[in-house]
Design a protein around this ligand. Structure first.
Ligand code: SAM
Ligand code: SF4
Length: 408
Protein backbone atom coordinates (compact mmCIF):
# COMPACT_ATOMS: atom_id res chain seq x y z
CA UNK A 1 0.00 0.00 0.00
CA UNK A 2 2.83 2.38 0.92
CA UNK A 3 4.57 1.70 -2.40
CA UNK A 4 1.38 2.45 -4.26
CA UNK A 5 0.82 5.66 -2.35
CA UNK A 6 4.35 6.73 -3.31
CA UNK A 7 3.70 5.82 -6.96
CA UNK A 8 0.39 7.68 -6.95
CA UNK A 9 2.02 10.72 -5.37
CA UNK A 10 4.84 10.59 -7.96
CA UNK A 11 2.36 10.36 -10.82
CA UNK A 12 0.40 13.28 -9.50
CA UNK A 13 3.55 15.30 -8.81
CA UNK A 14 4.32 14.95 -12.50
CA UNK A 15 0.87 16.45 -13.09
CA UNK A 16 1.55 19.09 -10.41
CA UNK A 17 -1.41 18.15 -8.25
CA UNK A 18 -1.59 16.59 -4.84
CA UNK A 19 -3.11 13.13 -4.71
CA UNK A 20 -3.68 12.78 -1.02
CA UNK A 21 -3.23 16.02 0.85
CA UNK A 22 -1.28 16.23 4.08
CA UNK A 23 -3.40 15.26 7.07
CA UNK A 24 -5.80 13.39 4.85
CA UNK A 25 -7.42 10.16 5.90
CA UNK A 26 -5.43 7.04 5.12
CA UNK A 27 -6.06 5.33 1.81
CA UNK A 28 -9.33 3.46 1.92
CA UNK A 29 -9.24 -0.27 2.35
CA UNK A 30 -12.74 -0.91 1.15
CA UNK A 31 -14.94 0.12 -1.74
CA UNK A 32 -17.26 1.78 0.73
CA UNK A 33 -20.27 2.05 -1.45
CA UNK A 34 -23.04 -0.12 -0.12
CA UNK A 35 -25.27 1.31 -2.80
CA UNK A 36 -23.36 -0.13 -5.74
CA UNK A 37 -25.87 -1.15 -8.32
CA UNK A 38 -24.70 -4.70 -8.85
CA UNK A 39 -28.10 -6.03 -9.72
CA UNK A 40 -30.20 -8.20 -7.51
CA UNK A 41 -28.55 -11.38 -6.23
CA UNK A 42 -30.68 -13.68 -8.32
CA UNK A 43 -30.81 -11.44 -11.36
CA UNK A 44 -29.98 -13.07 -14.68
CA UNK A 45 -26.58 -12.17 -16.05
CA UNK A 46 -27.82 -10.26 -19.06
CA UNK A 47 -27.13 -12.94 -21.61
CA UNK A 48 -23.70 -14.02 -20.34
CA UNK A 49 -22.85 -17.21 -18.50
CA UNK A 50 -21.85 -16.50 -14.89
CA UNK A 51 -18.43 -18.04 -15.57
CA UNK A 52 -17.54 -15.21 -17.86
CA UNK A 53 -13.91 -14.79 -18.93
CA UNK A 54 -13.80 -11.21 -17.70
CA UNK A 55 -15.96 -9.37 -15.13
CA UNK A 56 -19.27 -8.12 -16.52
CA UNK A 57 -19.33 -5.48 -13.82
CA UNK A 58 -16.37 -3.33 -12.75
CA UNK A 59 -16.36 -0.70 -10.05
CA UNK A 60 -13.66 1.94 -10.06
CA UNK A 61 -13.02 3.71 -6.77
CA UNK A 62 -12.61 7.16 -8.27
CA UNK A 63 -12.32 9.01 -4.98
CA UNK A 64 -12.60 12.76 -5.03
CA UNK A 65 -13.27 15.65 -2.69
CA UNK A 66 -16.83 16.21 -1.50
CA UNK A 67 -18.93 19.29 -0.86
CA UNK A 68 -21.20 17.47 1.60
CA UNK A 69 -20.47 16.05 5.02
CA UNK A 70 -23.03 13.32 5.45
CA UNK A 71 -23.22 12.32 9.08
CA UNK A 72 -22.94 8.61 8.26
CA UNK A 73 -20.13 8.92 5.73
CA UNK A 74 -16.50 8.07 6.37
CA UNK A 75 -14.41 11.18 6.50
CA UNK A 76 -11.54 11.58 4.10
CA UNK A 77 -9.94 14.13 1.83
CA UNK A 78 -9.17 13.01 -1.65
CA UNK A 79 -8.09 14.67 -4.82
CA UNK A 80 -6.03 14.02 -7.86
CA UNK A 81 -8.23 11.64 -9.80
CA UNK A 82 -9.13 12.87 -13.27
CA UNK A 83 -8.97 12.03 -16.94
CA UNK A 84 -5.15 11.75 -17.03
CA UNK A 85 -5.12 9.40 -14.07
CA UNK A 86 -7.89 7.31 -15.61
CA UNK A 87 -5.89 6.92 -18.83
CA UNK A 88 -2.56 6.33 -17.10
CA UNK A 89 -3.74 3.90 -14.49
CA UNK A 90 -7.15 2.32 -15.09
CA UNK A 91 -6.96 2.11 -18.87
CA UNK A 92 -3.39 0.81 -18.84
CA UNK A 93 -4.02 -1.79 -16.14
CA UNK A 94 -7.59 -2.80 -17.00
CA UNK A 95 -7.96 -1.87 -20.67
CA UNK A 96 -9.42 -5.10 -22.10
CA UNK A 97 -11.48 -5.65 -18.98
CA UNK A 98 -13.01 -2.19 -19.29
CA UNK A 99 -13.76 -2.79 -22.95
CA UNK A 100 -15.51 -6.10 -22.19
CA UNK A 101 -17.57 -5.06 -19.15
CA UNK A 102 -21.31 -4.54 -19.45
CA UNK A 103 -21.31 -1.91 -16.73
CA UNK A 104 -18.69 0.24 -15.05
CA UNK A 105 -19.42 2.11 -11.85
CA UNK A 106 -17.50 5.25 -10.94
CA UNK A 107 -17.81 5.80 -7.22
CA UNK A 108 -15.92 5.70 -3.94
CA UNK A 109 -15.37 8.44 -1.43
CA UNK A 110 -16.62 11.88 -2.42
CA UNK A 111 -18.11 13.27 -5.58
CA UNK A 112 -16.59 12.03 -8.82
CA UNK A 113 -18.91 14.31 -10.79
CA UNK A 114 -17.25 17.32 -9.11
CA UNK A 115 -13.93 16.62 -10.83
CA UNK A 116 -12.50 19.82 -12.35
CA UNK A 117 -12.15 18.03 -15.71
CA UNK A 118 -15.50 16.23 -15.57
CA UNK A 119 -16.57 17.49 -19.04
CA UNK A 120 -13.57 16.03 -20.95
CA UNK A 121 -13.73 12.94 -18.71
CA UNK A 122 -17.36 12.26 -19.70
CA UNK A 123 -16.54 13.03 -23.35
CA UNK A 124 -13.78 10.43 -23.14
CA UNK A 125 -16.12 7.82 -21.62
CA UNK A 126 -18.75 8.53 -24.25
CA UNK A 127 -16.15 8.07 -26.95
CA UNK A 128 -14.31 5.02 -25.60
CA UNK A 129 -17.16 3.11 -23.92
CA UNK A 130 -20.26 4.09 -25.89
CA UNK A 131 -22.16 0.84 -25.31
CA UNK A 132 -21.16 0.21 -21.71
CA UNK A 133 -23.58 1.24 -18.99
CA UNK A 134 -21.68 3.83 -16.96
CA UNK A 135 -22.92 4.29 -13.41
CA UNK A 136 -22.26 7.34 -11.27
CA UNK A 137 -23.38 7.75 -7.68
CA UNK A 138 -23.77 11.38 -6.66
CA UNK A 139 -25.32 13.61 -4.04
CA UNK A 140 -26.97 15.44 -6.94
CA UNK A 141 -25.36 18.84 -6.52
CA UNK A 142 -22.97 18.30 -9.41
CA UNK A 143 -25.71 17.62 -11.96
CA UNK A 144 -25.18 20.98 -13.63
CA UNK A 145 -26.51 21.72 -17.14
CA UNK A 146 -23.03 21.03 -18.58
CA UNK A 147 -22.83 17.62 -16.89
CA UNK A 148 -26.42 16.74 -17.82
CA UNK A 149 -25.63 17.53 -21.46
CA UNK A 150 -22.74 15.02 -21.45
CA UNK A 151 -24.81 12.35 -19.69
CA UNK A 152 -27.68 12.82 -22.08
CA UNK A 153 -25.53 11.79 -25.03
CA UNK A 154 -24.22 8.56 -23.48
CA UNK A 155 -25.41 5.41 -21.79
CA UNK A 156 -25.69 6.06 -18.07
CA UNK A 157 -27.33 5.14 -14.79
CA UNK A 158 -27.22 8.03 -12.36
CA UNK A 159 -27.84 7.15 -8.72
CA UNK A 160 -28.73 10.19 -6.66
CA UNK A 161 -28.27 9.81 -2.92
CA UNK A 162 -31.07 12.02 -1.64
CA UNK A 163 -32.16 10.20 1.52
CA UNK A 164 -35.23 12.33 2.25
CA UNK A 165 -38.36 13.83 0.79
CA UNK A 166 -37.92 16.99 2.87
CA UNK A 167 -35.28 19.70 2.96
CA UNK A 168 -34.90 19.65 6.76
CA UNK A 169 -34.12 15.92 6.94
CA UNK A 170 -31.85 16.16 3.90
CA UNK A 171 -29.87 18.97 5.48
CA UNK A 172 -29.68 17.17 8.83
CA UNK A 173 -28.16 14.13 7.10
CA UNK A 174 -25.92 15.69 4.46
CA UNK A 175 -25.01 19.01 6.14
CA UNK A 176 -25.58 20.61 2.75
CA UNK A 177 -27.48 23.80 3.63
CA UNK A 178 -30.07 25.02 1.16
CA UNK A 179 -29.20 22.45 -1.52
CA UNK A 180 -32.31 20.25 -1.39
CA UNK A 181 -34.41 22.36 -3.76
CA UNK A 182 -31.42 22.82 -6.09
CA UNK A 183 -30.94 19.05 -6.24
CA UNK A 184 -34.63 18.50 -6.99
CA UNK A 185 -34.34 20.97 -9.86
CA UNK A 186 -31.22 19.14 -11.08
CA UNK A 187 -33.11 15.84 -11.03
CA UNK A 188 -36.02 17.34 -12.94
CA UNK A 189 -33.61 18.68 -15.58
CA UNK A 190 -31.85 15.31 -15.80
CA UNK A 191 -35.20 13.54 -16.12
CA UNK A 192 -36.26 15.89 -18.87
CA UNK A 193 -33.02 15.27 -20.75
CA UNK A 194 -33.12 11.51 -20.24
CA UNK A 195 -33.71 9.39 -23.31
CA UNK A 196 -33.92 5.63 -23.13
CA UNK A 197 -30.16 5.38 -22.49
CA UNK A 198 -30.26 7.34 -19.26
CA UNK A 199 -31.70 5.80 -16.12
CA UNK A 200 -32.16 7.54 -12.79
CA UNK A 201 -32.26 5.90 -9.37
CA UNK A 202 -32.98 7.72 -6.12
CA UNK A 203 -30.96 6.28 -3.24
CA UNK A 204 -31.91 6.31 0.41
CA UNK A 205 -29.59 5.21 3.19
CA UNK A 206 -32.24 4.25 5.73
CA UNK A 207 -31.46 5.30 9.29
CA UNK A 208 -33.21 6.35 12.47
CA UNK A 209 -33.50 9.99 11.33
CA UNK A 210 -35.18 9.38 7.98
CA UNK A 211 -36.90 5.99 8.28
CA UNK A 212 -40.41 7.36 8.93
CA UNK A 213 -40.06 9.46 5.78
CA UNK A 214 -39.47 6.42 3.55
CA UNK A 215 -43.03 6.24 2.10
CA UNK A 216 -42.89 9.96 1.27
CA UNK A 217 -39.51 9.37 -0.35
CA UNK A 218 -41.06 6.73 -2.62
CA UNK A 219 -43.79 9.22 -3.50
CA UNK A 220 -41.15 11.84 -4.33
CA UNK A 221 -39.44 9.35 -6.64
CA UNK A 222 -42.73 8.78 -8.42
CA UNK A 223 -43.43 12.52 -8.72
CA UNK A 224 -39.94 13.18 -10.08
CA UNK A 225 -40.39 10.45 -12.67
CA UNK A 226 -37.25 8.50 -11.74
CA UNK A 227 -36.90 4.88 -12.81
CA UNK A 228 -36.34 3.39 -9.40
CA UNK A 229 -35.94 4.00 -5.70
CA UNK A 230 -33.34 1.95 -3.90
CA UNK A 231 -33.03 1.91 -0.12
CA UNK A 232 -30.30 0.34 2.04
CA UNK A 233 -29.75 0.10 5.73
CA UNK A 234 -27.00 2.30 7.02
CA UNK A 235 -23.64 0.63 7.68
CA UNK A 236 -21.91 1.84 10.84
CA UNK A 237 -18.31 2.80 10.16
CA UNK A 238 -17.69 4.23 13.61
CA UNK A 239 -19.31 3.94 17.02
CA UNK A 240 -21.15 7.28 16.57
CA UNK A 241 -23.05 5.75 13.66
CA UNK A 242 -24.72 3.13 15.84
CA UNK A 243 -27.40 5.55 17.04
CA UNK A 244 -28.41 5.90 13.39
CA UNK A 245 -28.80 2.19 12.76
CA UNK A 246 -32.32 0.81 12.30
CA UNK A 247 -31.03 -2.41 13.83
CA UNK A 248 -31.82 -0.77 17.17
CA UNK A 249 -35.32 0.33 16.12
CA UNK A 250 -36.56 -2.67 14.19
CA UNK A 251 -40.32 -2.37 14.69
CA UNK A 252 -40.28 1.22 13.44
CA UNK A 253 -38.18 0.23 10.44
CA UNK A 254 -40.55 -2.63 9.60
CA UNK A 255 -43.57 -0.31 9.72
CA UNK A 256 -41.91 2.18 7.37
CA UNK A 257 -40.78 -0.54 4.95
CA UNK A 258 -44.28 -1.99 4.81
CA UNK A 259 -45.86 1.43 4.23
CA UNK A 260 -43.32 2.18 1.50
CA UNK A 261 -44.05 -1.15 -0.18
CA UNK A 262 -47.80 -0.59 -0.12
CA UNK A 263 -47.48 2.94 -1.46
CA UNK A 264 -45.25 1.73 -4.28
CA UNK A 265 -47.82 -0.89 -5.25
CA UNK A 266 -50.59 1.63 -5.28
CA UNK A 267 -48.54 4.13 -7.35
CA UNK A 268 -47.39 1.48 -9.82
CA UNK A 269 -50.96 0.29 -10.34
CA UNK A 270 -51.92 3.78 -11.50
CA UNK A 271 -49.89 3.37 -14.67
CA UNK A 272 -48.69 -0.11 -15.58
CA UNK A 273 -46.84 1.17 -18.66
CA UNK A 274 -44.49 3.21 -16.51
CA UNK A 275 -41.28 1.69 -15.14
CA UNK A 276 -41.01 2.53 -11.47
CA UNK A 277 -39.11 -0.02 -9.40
CA UNK A 278 -38.61 -0.15 -5.67
CA UNK A 279 -35.78 -2.04 -3.98
CA UNK A 280 -35.98 -2.20 -0.21
CA UNK A 281 -33.83 -4.03 2.30
CA UNK A 282 -35.45 -7.01 4.02
CA UNK A 283 -37.64 -6.32 7.02
CA UNK A 284 -36.37 -7.46 10.40
CA UNK A 285 -37.58 -10.59 12.12
CA UNK A 286 -39.07 -13.64 10.56
CA UNK A 287 -40.97 -11.84 7.82
CA UNK A 288 -41.17 -13.36 4.39
CA UNK A 289 -38.69 -10.94 2.83
CA UNK A 290 -36.06 -11.72 5.49
CA UNK A 291 -35.78 -15.14 3.91
CA UNK A 292 -33.42 -17.66 5.44
CA UNK A 293 -32.90 -19.33 2.07
CA UNK A 294 -29.47 -18.56 0.73
CA UNK A 295 -29.29 -17.06 -2.74
CA UNK A 296 -26.17 -17.96 -4.62
CA UNK A 297 -24.40 -14.66 -5.06
CA UNK A 298 -22.88 -14.32 -8.53
CA UNK A 299 -20.55 -11.44 -7.81
CA UNK A 300 -17.49 -13.73 -7.51
CA UNK A 301 -17.97 -14.51 -11.21
CA UNK A 302 -19.13 -11.07 -12.23
CA UNK A 303 -17.53 -8.25 -10.37
CA UNK A 304 -14.26 -6.63 -9.36
CA UNK A 305 -13.58 -3.36 -7.53
CA UNK A 306 -10.33 -1.42 -7.96
CA UNK A 307 -9.62 2.02 -6.56
CA UNK A 308 -7.10 4.75 -7.37
CA UNK A 309 -4.61 3.14 -4.99
CA UNK A 310 -4.88 -0.18 -6.80
CA UNK A 311 -6.73 -1.83 -3.91
CA UNK A 312 -8.87 -4.75 -5.07
CA UNK A 313 -12.05 -6.10 -3.49
CA UNK A 314 -14.67 -8.52 -4.78
CA UNK A 315 -17.62 -6.44 -3.52
CA UNK A 316 -18.61 -3.69 -1.13
CA UNK A 317 -19.18 -6.06 1.81
CA UNK A 318 -15.54 -7.05 1.87
CA UNK A 319 -13.51 -5.55 4.69
CA UNK A 320 -9.94 -6.20 3.68
CA UNK A 321 -8.15 -5.57 0.43
CA UNK A 322 -7.53 -8.85 -1.38
CA UNK A 323 -4.81 -7.72 -3.80
CA UNK A 324 -3.33 -4.68 -5.48
CA UNK A 325 -3.38 -3.93 -9.17
CA UNK A 326 0.04 -2.31 -8.91
CA UNK A 327 1.66 -5.54 -7.92
CA UNK A 328 -0.54 -8.15 -9.64
CA UNK A 329 -2.04 -8.02 -13.12
CA UNK A 330 -5.81 -7.92 -13.60
CA UNK A 331 -5.67 -11.35 -15.22
CA UNK A 332 -3.67 -12.85 -12.36
CA UNK A 333 -6.13 -11.40 -9.83
CA UNK A 334 -9.32 -12.37 -11.64
CA UNK A 335 -8.12 -15.93 -12.24
CA UNK A 336 -5.87 -16.10 -9.19
CA UNK A 337 -6.00 -17.85 -5.82
CA UNK A 338 -8.34 -15.42 -4.06
CA UNK A 339 -11.06 -15.40 -6.72
CA UNK A 340 -10.73 -19.16 -7.20
CA UNK A 341 -11.24 -19.75 -3.49
CA UNK A 342 -14.13 -17.33 -3.35
CA UNK A 343 -15.89 -19.02 -6.27
CA UNK A 344 -15.26 -22.49 -4.93
CA UNK A 345 -16.60 -21.53 -1.50
CA UNK A 346 -19.72 -19.99 -3.02
CA UNK A 347 -20.32 -23.03 -5.22
CA UNK A 348 -19.87 -25.49 -2.37
CA UNK A 349 -21.89 -23.51 0.17
CA UNK A 350 -18.93 -23.55 2.57
CA UNK A 351 -18.80 -19.77 2.68
CA UNK A 352 -15.99 -17.42 3.54
CA UNK A 353 -16.79 -15.34 6.67
CA UNK A 354 -17.72 -12.10 4.86
CA UNK A 355 -20.23 -13.95 2.67
CA UNK A 356 -21.77 -15.69 5.68
CA UNK A 357 -22.88 -12.35 7.13
CA UNK A 358 -23.92 -10.71 3.89
CA UNK A 359 -27.63 -9.86 3.49
CA UNK A 360 -27.16 -10.17 -0.22
CA UNK A 361 -26.40 -13.85 0.27
CA UNK A 362 -29.11 -14.44 2.86
CA UNK A 363 -31.75 -11.74 3.48
CA UNK A 364 -32.28 -12.95 7.08
CA UNK A 365 -28.77 -11.72 7.82
CA UNK A 366 -30.39 -8.32 8.42
CA UNK A 367 -31.25 -9.78 11.83
CA UNK A 368 -27.57 -9.94 12.67
CA UNK A 369 -25.85 -6.84 13.98
CA UNK A 370 -22.74 -7.69 11.98
CA UNK A 371 -24.66 -7.07 8.77
CA UNK A 372 -25.08 -3.44 9.90
CA UNK A 373 -21.49 -2.63 10.69
CA UNK A 374 -18.46 -2.42 8.46
CA UNK A 375 -16.41 -5.56 8.01
CA UNK A 376 -13.16 -3.61 8.10
CA UNK A 377 -11.42 -5.33 11.00
CA UNK A 378 -10.19 -2.30 13.00
CA UNK A 379 -13.36 -0.30 12.66
CA UNK A 380 -15.52 -3.31 13.41
CA UNK A 381 -13.51 -3.97 16.53
CA UNK A 382 -13.91 -0.36 17.72
CA UNK A 383 -17.67 -0.46 17.14
CA UNK A 384 -18.17 -3.76 18.94
CA UNK A 385 -16.03 -2.52 21.81
CA UNK A 386 -18.25 0.54 22.11
CA UNK A 387 -21.33 -1.61 22.55
CA UNK A 388 -21.64 -2.19 26.26
CA UNK A 389 -23.54 -5.26 27.54
CA UNK A 390 -26.34 -2.87 28.55
CA UNK A 391 -26.67 -1.59 24.98
CA UNK A 392 -26.68 -5.03 23.49
CA UNK A 393 -29.20 -6.25 26.06
CA UNK A 394 -31.66 -3.72 24.68
CA UNK A 395 -31.72 -5.32 21.26
CA UNK A 396 -32.61 -8.84 22.27
CA UNK A 397 -30.29 -11.40 23.77
CA UNK A 398 -30.58 -13.97 21.01
CA UNK A 399 -29.57 -11.63 18.20
CA UNK A 400 -26.99 -9.48 19.93
CA UNK A 401 -25.51 -12.36 21.89
CA UNK A 402 -24.97 -14.37 18.74
CA UNK A 403 -23.45 -11.46 16.89
CA UNK A 404 -21.14 -10.32 19.61
CA UNK A 405 -19.76 -13.72 20.40
CA UNK A 406 -18.26 -13.86 16.93
CA UNK A 407 -14.60 -13.04 16.53
CA UNK A 408 -13.98 -9.58 15.12
C1 SAM B 1 -19.64 7.31 -0.39
S1 SAM B 1 -20.91 7.84 -1.44
C2 SAM B 1 -20.04 8.51 -2.81
C3 SAM B 1 -20.92 9.03 -3.89
C4 SAM B 1 -21.66 10.31 -3.63
N1 SAM B 1 -20.94 11.26 -2.90
C5 SAM B 1 -23.01 10.05 -2.99
O1 SAM B 1 -23.24 10.52 -1.89
O2 SAM B 1 -23.84 9.40 -3.63
C6 SAM B 1 -21.59 6.35 -2.13
C7 SAM B 1 -22.87 5.90 -1.49
O3 SAM B 1 -22.59 5.41 -0.19
C8 SAM B 1 -23.63 5.83 0.65
N2 SAM B 1 -23.17 5.80 2.03
C9 SAM B 1 -22.32 6.64 2.63
N3 SAM B 1 -22.14 6.31 3.91
C10 SAM B 1 -22.90 5.22 4.13
C11 SAM B 1 -23.16 4.40 5.26
N4 SAM B 1 -22.57 4.63 6.43
N5 SAM B 1 -24.01 3.36 5.14
C12 SAM B 1 -24.63 3.10 3.95
N6 SAM B 1 -24.42 3.85 2.84
C13 SAM B 1 -23.56 4.90 2.93
C14 SAM B 1 -23.93 7.23 0.14
O4 SAM B 1 -25.18 7.70 0.60
C15 SAM B 1 -23.92 7.00 -1.33
O5 SAM B 1 -25.18 6.53 -1.76
S1 SF4 C 1 -22.18 13.22 -0.51
FE1 SF4 C 1 -21.44 11.09 -0.64
S2 SF4 C 1 -19.21 11.17 -0.34
FE2 SF4 C 1 -20.06 13.19 0.21
S3 SF4 C 1 -20.25 13.08 2.39
FE3 SF4 C 1 -22.22 12.42 1.51
S4 SF4 C 1 -22.10 10.18 1.27
FE4 SF4 C 1 -20.04 10.94 1.65
Amino acid sequence: METQRRKTAAFLRRRRVTAVPENSAPAPTSSFDPTLDLGEPDAPTAGKAPETATPVSITLGTHNACNAKCIFCMEGRFGGFGLDFYKEFFEKKLGPYLAEAEQITFTGFGETLLLPDIAPFLDHLNRTLPNTKKIFTTNGTALTPGVVEKLRTGKYLIQISLHASRADIHEQLTLLPGEFSVILENIRALRKAAGENLEITLVNVVNTLNVDDLPEFVKLGWDLGVHRVRAYYLTAFKPEHLRLSCFFDQARANRALQAARELHQSLASRDSSRRFQLFLPASFGSSQDASTSPVQCRLPWQHIFVDIYGSVLPCCQWGEVVDNLNKTSAEAIWNGPFYKTLRASMSSGDLLPACQKCPRFKPANVNDLLAHITSRPDQKKAILAALSPKDTGDVGADVSGKSLSLPC
